[in-house]
Ligand binder design. Sequence first.
Ligand SMILES: [Zn+2]
Ligand SMILES: [Zn+2]
Length: 417
Amino acid sequence: MGSDVEFSNVKGTRDILPEDALVWRRIEEVIRKKMREYNYQELQMPTFEYTELFRKSTGKDTDVFQKEMYTFKDKGGRSLALKPEGTPSVVRMYLQHGMKSRGVFQKFYYIERMFRQEKPQKGRLREFRSFGAEAIGSKSALTDAELIKSALDIMDELGIKGIEVKINSIGCQKCRKEFMKEFKKFLQQKLDSLCEDCQRRFTTNPMRIMDCKVDKRKLIDAPVPLDYLCDDCRRHFSELEKHLDYLEIDYKVDTFLARGLDYYTRTVFEFIHSELGAQDAVGGGGRYDGLIKFLGGKDAPASGYAMGMDRMLLLMPKVKEYREIDIYIVTLDVKSDIIGWELLYKLRENGFSADKDCLGRSPKAQFREADRQNATWTIIIGGEERKKGVVQLKRMKTGKQKEVPLDIEAIKREIKC
Ligand SMILES: [Zn+2]
Ligand SMILES: [Zn+2]
């Protein structure tokens, strides 16, 4: 970059140039295709919400809410927040629009930009792209397995190899109490040796201590939720394992996996990849059976996940995406140029991507431009062609050239065969 650049993009944001946009579009296309196969419907959500929504759902004691959210007051003095994750908005939309009346079980997905004020690092931006899937109305472990499979399918289609699936169950409100009592007892003895964050979490969000990367070693002997599951939760977890086996999905049970958010119940899962280093999750999710009721709705079980698309991009094989246009028109003189313009708009009306020179460049420069634009065909019009009422149609790849009447139907016929 030249030093004469006065402005640059804000730290943690990403500029997407045309060649990158092609890759991003492909990622989105694969997601939409797969989500359609799985019968998930798209939701599009606002960029910001009332801060209160996230305080209540993401959780006021989570890192996301406490440290990472972009909040601001609008001119009416209301506290708003740029959305740091998608699930709260999905649930809000589901409740606000009475979507329950559309069916007891519904599946949604979204592709959205999210915002978190974190330290920018590899694959972790402050404005980032996220896609997520949420299934509302099913408490079955079948749904959890389907969600996991859908994410794996998408990554597979994008050529991402080496994804590891980690699963765990953190129990329900009932059995978690028992676990929490023992876990807190254990932590109490070590509290002074834990990291600063965990000392704070001990009173606010002890669950979060479970997957603290700093204190991992010290927690090796800690009680884990899996050992405290009630019968229902235990059955649910073994069903999940059974379904994953049936779908031939390799997974590891990670008894310390908790995920950082308040609303999870029973199933939690994560997709990890060794290449991402310490920030090794590409995405993850879990079951949130209590959230809908907690936000004021009628009790409904739900489950979902979110994937960091910027991290998926890092893991994708680097394939160069080519932009090409169908037709580039080259004109050899001023009179032909007028005919060229007329033809250009006719081609576009007929669904071709087409372009021509507007800088009055020489024929030679126009041919160079046709090459640079990766045109599949070139149409050449000069004095000879004008007299005969034809154009030269050139297939760029083979160099083969053919005389075709100056008539959109004739050109269409020629290009199609
Ligand atoms: Zn339970
Ligand atoms: Zn810690």
